[in-house]
Write a protein that binds this ligand. Structure first.
Ligand code: PEP
Length: 259
């Protein structure tokens, strides 16, 4: 049984003070919500302060990106060691905004996943098709290619943690649904999730593959989260815009507790 997971991706929003304020409010709102794992991904600049603000709560910390080397002459990059040092448990890798604006290829995504795993971080790996690819009926082909190339060379043993968790989460995020207000229907998402699960069981052993959570992302909001979450193959959500509003995010978390 996979515990639902809700991740709030704050993207490039909020000053440190605003991030702390949001974290403090969220801490109070979700404190009694059991049976769901809650993660926030503030911008790098606010990670340390948000870490302090959520200390002792049921909220965990994620970074939004990571570099693939541990240290060295890479001006402006942030290494997995630095992220660990800030007590991040998770890191988002291969978000479509990074693939699009920063030309992150599947090969780069693969290097970043390996760097995260080497440093005992849990990788939230994003995959998803563009509108054109969906209209051309290439969704499964695109997803398969992103999953196989992104996860190439990763061993079962690298994914297993000491407390029987798995260090990999997949987020299915159709590009046409991110920040557009247009979400995939629950059955559209469920179909892709089932396909991803099948691919994972071809790549990893059954014990690992069956424990990898598959999240849906793309305009998740309080009005559609319960319906999405009730689908069999949807284990939670990666939430962008709606995670910047405490009440909206808390309602999404609540809808995952009720599944
Ligand atoms: C995201 O940033 O991963 C995302 C899904 O954004 P939004 O919820 O705003 O569509």
């Amino acid at each position: 049984m996979r515990k639902p997971l809700i991740v709030g991706n704050w993207k490039m929003n909020n000053s440190t003070a605003e991030s702390v304020d949001l974290a403090e409010k969220l801490k109070k709102t979700v404190k009694d919500m059991a049976g769901v794992e809650v993660v926030v991904a503030p911008p790098f600049t606010a990670l340390g302060s948000v870490r302090d603000a959520i200390k002792g709560s049921n909220i965990k910390l994620s970074a939004q990106n990571v570099f693939w080397e541990d240290k060295g002459a890479y001006t402006g990059e942030v290494s997995p060691l630095m992220i660990r040092d800030l007590d991040c448990e998770y890191v988002i890798i291969g978000h479509s905004e990074r693939r699009e604006y920063f030309k992150e290829s599947d090969e780069i995504v693969n290097k970043k996943i390996k760097a995260a795993l080497r440093n005992k971080l849990k990788a939230i790996v994003c995959v998803g098709e563009s509108l054109k690819e969906r209209e051309e009926d290439k969704t499964m082909q695109v997803i398969e290619s992103q999953i196989r190339k992104g996860l190439e060379g990763i061993l079962n043993s690298e994914l297993r943690t000491t407390n029987h968790e798995v260090r990999l989460v997949i987020a299915y995020e159709p590009v046409w649904a991110i920040g557009t207000g247009r979400n995939a229907t629950p059955s559209q998402a469920n179909e892709v999730h089932a396909y991803i699960r099948k691919l994972l069981s071809q790549i990893f052993n059954e014990d690992i593959a069956s424990n990898i959570k598959i999240l849906y992302g793309g305009s998740v909001k309080p009005s559609n989260s319960a319906e999405l979450m009730s689908e069999k193959e949807i284990d939670g959500a990666l939430v962008g815009g709606a995670s910047l509003d405490t009440d909206s995010f808390a309602q999404i978390v609540r809808s995952a507790c009720m599944v």
